[in-house]
Design a protein around this ligand. Structure first.
Ligand code: SF4
Ligand code: MSK
Length: 668
């Protein structure tokens, strides 16, 4: 460990601005998740998956030297069974979260099509048609709302399908990937059905074979990735536009001393989109001015932030571990939250400041918060009510708090469609240049760097370390969720990052196309964009003809949420080796670990590892990438040595195509 790494290892957060706030809090005896993480050590039996509490004869603890072979629960269950069951329940919970969010999006699209949610409209008709195509919904010559109604209705079927059939979007995967799912019986039928079956099979006295259980875990996770997440991404694009790169700002310096600061936090974009509209209404601005503020400053946190960052360049104050710290700047007049990854600690903390906490989902209330229930049928009215609460609270702002001025530029909003477009323009978009760059060894491989930030490590530090080292090694990074917030809040999401830190091959590609070496793809549900990008790369040819076998790896170095487990599993089942940081939630069982790493890799070419050491994560990822290159018979990767015959389409060439093109809805 070098001196700098040692210094970071002692920090609560690897982000210096966050660290300043944590230190200010410690001086003022204000506790955050960082101190609580120090006080509350993980349970040594539950953390490695050695505790079963699915019935009330237990909880049963599977401990001792030979627990794997000898320990039994009161019912006789073995350690591999209960470790597998524990993991399955995490997958089911994570799948439920993403998919319930997706259900809300699908019903909103239906309401919009029926004229019942008048504040929303279909902004991206081209994306609607693209999705209609996947669903075999006729769109040519039909009214847009009729197409939208049929699309929404079909996607809603995916949640409750009972009889025969599979999720519609599975067919967007390469044929070979689909065949593997069929062969092993893990093609999901209905989203809700897989979650329910998982909960059934993990009850006392049902499924006890760890391998059989874990296959159902993969089936459920696929319902998340190719169901809930993908449905959510697509409908969000249809309603609010498919993202294309925008320039914005990140970190705590986004808060303004002389404006009303309203922050949206959570995951769902519906209300946040309305707030984006409402804060620029002249009456609202005049109201803010009447209270002495110069204007209204909207910011975001976590994945709600990602949604409005990539569509409207709304600045982000960062990810999960920044939520308490944002309040501690003393500058947040209101924090409006929807669902997922919201710490209940914020209401207690807010009492020490002036911040109003507003819960907005009928599914999520926190004691001590104001509840303003979102209703898509009166969306703007609700948004105005929330903005007014923030404005009215501006005059209550106290001066205490750790004011931070540092902020970084970020480029965010790389959708599948934009990545396709940037490699050939509107009419000739493809994945050919990317595949060629990988084949030639300019780009060694691709890593999806995703998942949460976590107070149990110097938070955001593992993302920063891996991002820096991977691009140094000519690995292109696609990033989502709090991983991308971690990179953004550290100034990593800019093209300059390529010039300063990327290896020579990756730098050349980034300069030719005009992109950063770390592409911000969106929120947690937008991990589905990585699935479709990998599928498009397989279809393009020259690499693997399925998702499995690509020189690609998924990494979630600071994961903490059950949603992350569901995501990791759907990548593994789709053919991507995945490495999670931290300790393994199934560490207690060698058999379950073997199945997830070796057996899954044999069957699906994907796997799920847990490795706490970031240097080992890096080595493992590069090893997977290099082995995939060998198996594909690609040019051996040697830094700085690559074939130069392929010329990528540069910005000027793309602009020429642009000029010749007719104005169109969407970018692709
Ligand atoms: Fe114990 Fe079996 Fe009940 Fe689990 S299901 S708590 S192992 S008795
Ligand atoms: S918010 S799931 S902390 S990525 Fe999507 Fe971040 Fe993890 Fe929540």
């Amino acid at each position: 460990m070098d001196k700098e790494t040692k210094k970071v290892a002692k920090m609560k957060s690897a982000n210096p601005e966050a660290e300043k706030i944590v230190e200010w809090g410690a001086e003022h005896k204000i506790e955050t998740c960082f101190e609580r993480a120090d006080k509350m050590k993980p349970c040594p039996i539950g953390a490695p998956g050695a505790c079963c509490k699915v019935c009330h004869m237990g909880p049963c603890r599977f401990v001792g030297k030979n627990a794997e072979e000898e320990a039994r629960g009161i019912c006789g269950a073995t350690l591999p069974t209960i470790a597998a069951r524990n993991l399955l329940r995490m997958i089911a919970a994570g799948t439920s979260a993403h998919s319930d969010h997706a259900r809300g999006m699908a019903f909103t699209l239906l309401d919009v099509a029926n004229g019942e949610a008048k504040d929303f409209k279909i902004k991206d008709v081209r994306k609607l048609y693209r999705v209609a195509g996947y669903l075999d919904v006729e769109f040519e010559g039909r009214p847009v709302n009729d197409v939208a109604r049929d699309v929404a209705t079909k996607l809603i079927e995916d949640f409750g399908r009972q009889g025969k059939g599979e999720l519609y979007f599975l067919k967007r995967a390469p044929k070979k990937t689909q065949e593997r799912w069929k062969k092993w019986g893990i093609a999901p039928r209905g989203i809700d059905r897989e979650v329910v079956e998982t909960m059934h099979r993990t009850n006392i006295g049902v499924d006890h074979d760890p391998d059989h259980l874990l296959l159902q875990g993969l089936r459920t996770s696929l319902a998340d990735g190719w169901g809930g997440c993908m449905i959510s991404t697509d409908i969000t694009d249809i309603l609010f536009g498919t993202p294309m790169p925008v320039k914005a700002e990140a970190s705590f310096g986004i808060f303004k001393e002389d404006e009303v600061n309203l922050v949206v936090h959570g995951h769902e974009p519906l209300l946040a989109e309305m707030i984006v509209d409402v804060v620029s209404e002249p009456e609202m601005i005049a109201y803010a001015k009447s209270k002495g503020a110069k204007g209204i400053n909207l910011g975001g946190m976590c994945c709600t932030a990602n949604e409005i960052l990539m569509r409207h360049a709304i600045p982000t104050a960062g990810g999960f571990t920044n939520q308490e710290l944002g309040i501690m700047t003393g500058l947040v007049d209101a924090l409006s939250v929807d669902v997922q990854c919201i710490m209940p600690a914020i209401t207690e903390l807010s009492k020490k400041f002036h911040t109003k906490i507003i819960t907005t989902s009928e599914k999520a209330k926190i004691q001590g918060a104001i509840h303003v229930q979102f209703d898509e049928h009166r969306a703007k009215e609700v948004a105005r009510e929330i903005v007014k609460i923030a404005i009215d609270n501006y005059t209550n702002r106290k001066t205490k708090g750790e004011h931070i001025t540092e902020k970084f530029p970020v480029i965010a909003g790389f959708s599948h469609e934009y990545i396709e477009y940037m490699q050939g323009g509107r009419w000739r978009g493809s994945f050919r240049p990317l595949n060629d760059a990988i084949m030639a060894g300019r780009i060694r491989g691709v890593v999806g760097l995703a998942g949460c930030d976590n107070p149990r490590v110097p938070s955001t530090g593992l993302h920063q370390f891996l991002a820096t080292e991977l691009i140094k090694n000519d690995v292109l990074i696609v990033s989502t969720g709090c991983g991308s917030a971690a990179c953004g809040s550290s100034g990593y999401l800019t093209p300059e990052m390529a010039l300063e830190n990327a290896g020579p091959g990756l730098r050349e590609v980034c300069e030719a196309i005009g992109i950063p070496p770390i592409l911000h793809l969106g929120s947690c549900v937008d991990n589905s964009r990585i699935l479709t990008i990998a599928s498009a790369m397989a279809e393009e040819g020259g690499l693997s003809d399925e998702i499995g076998g690509m020189p690609a790896v998924g990494i979630a170095p600071e994961w903490m949420s059950e949603k992350a487990i569901a995501i990791g599993c759907y990548f593994a089942a789709s053919g991507v080796p995945v490495i999670f940081g931290g300790d393994s939630p199934v560490e207690a069982s060698k058999e379950v670990t073997r199945i997830m790493t070796e057996v899954w890799f044999e069957r699906f070419k994907g796997s799920l590892h847990f490795e706490p050491d970031p240097e080992k994560i890096l080595a493992m990822a590069l090893d997977y990438i290099d082995k995939a290159r060998v198996a594909l018979k690609l040019k051996k990767y040697e830094q700085g040595k690559f074939a130069t015959e392929k010329v990528l389409m540069d910005m000027a060439a793309r602009r020429d195509i642009e000029k010749a093109a007719k104005p169109h809805i969407g970018i692709y």
